[in-house]
Design a protein around this ligand. Structure first.
Ligand SMILES: [Zn+2]
Length: 289
């Protein structure tokens, strides 16, 4: 063995010792965090999974400085938080802070921008046709938060018919860009009377009727899928459920109609996470747990 080879052997031995020392030390950093998708785009729902050593001390999650509710999962020591993003968010770097097992970890995610199509609407006069009653009942509905998780796997398509307006479309009203508007759901064009089914299990927590003042939304059903995940269905013809009913995925809720402010029969399905309308597409196809 030459002197150089001897030196290399010694160096690699030291490197090996350092490597194993690091590997040995690593379990001390017990908090494990997984973020999905790692590379989200506007409208995505971000899931954050966290494993802690001590399940009696749940972790906490802050996203862009706001506290996000967390829920225990079915896997012991693992918790999960869901974070909504919308077309109104600023794309770019966003920060996530997770605290657990006496440790705080900071993450930076790149929230990708996305091109949303636009519609140009000409309206005569101004103001919404909505009544105070429907606005307050829908606002209350959006704050629903129950700890149980009722959904399981990808969401079902709620009705037949083609998608006539996708999620996130932005609008110009009389040539002026509407800063706060985006299409908060997916529209399916289907003929009046086409069945509507629950895309996932949940409890019926809102039934509103045009005859009671739902002038804008029309006949409306709101479902609570648990853990801050909600579906709202608008412009129904017939409603087949009552508040308090628990429905399975695929169970009939009513039929497509054109009640409320609707130019033709269609279903508007809005999917909300923590009160924000998110893109239902990842929920329909990948599924979000
Ligand atoms: Zn719509």
């Amino acid at each position: 063995m030459t002197k150089n080879q001897g030196q290399r052997t010694k160096n690699s031995l030291i490197a090996g010792l350092i490597g194993s020392a690091i590997a040995f030390v690593e379990p001390v950093f017990a908090l494990e965090v997984r973020v999905n998708p790692e590379n989200p785009q506007l409208g995505d729902t971000i899931s954050v999974w966290m494993e802690v050593d001590n399940p009696n001390q749940p972790p906490t999650v802050m996203f862009e400085g706001e506290s996000i509710p967390i829920f225990p999962s079915n896997t012991s020591n693992w918790y999960r938080a869901l974070i909504p993003t919308t077309p109104l968010d600023n794309p770019g770097r966003v920060t996530l802070q997770v605290t657990g097992d006496g440790e705080t970890r900071n993450f930076a995610l790149g929230l990708r921008d996305r091109a949303f199509s636009t519609q140009r609407i000409t309206v005569a006069g101004g103001g919404s046709n909505a009544t105070e009653l429907e606005l307050s009942r829908v606002a209350d509905f959006k704050t629903t938060m129950t700890p149980e998780k009722f959904w399981n796997g990808p969401f079902l398509r709620p009705t037949r018919g083609r998608v006539s307006t996708v999620f996130g479309v932005r609008r110009y009203y009389n040539g002026v860009f509407a800063q706060d508007y985006y299409h908060r759901g997916v529209d399916y064009a289907a003929s009046r009377g086409t069945p509507i089914v629950a895309p996932a299990a949940g409890r019926v927590v809102l039934v509103g009727r045009e005859s009671q003042g739902f002038r804008l939304h029309g006949n409306t059903v709101g479902l609570d899928h648990g853990q801050g995940v909600l579906s709202i269905f608008l412009h129904l013809h017939q409603i087949d459920v009552r508040e308090g009913d628990f429905v399975a995925a695929g169970q009939r809720l009513g039929t497509v109609g054109a009640t409320g402010a609707s130019t033709g029969p269609h279903l508007h399905w809005g999917l909300y996470v923590l009160g924000e309308a998110v893109d239902p597409v990842p929920w329909r196809f990948q599924g979000i747990d």
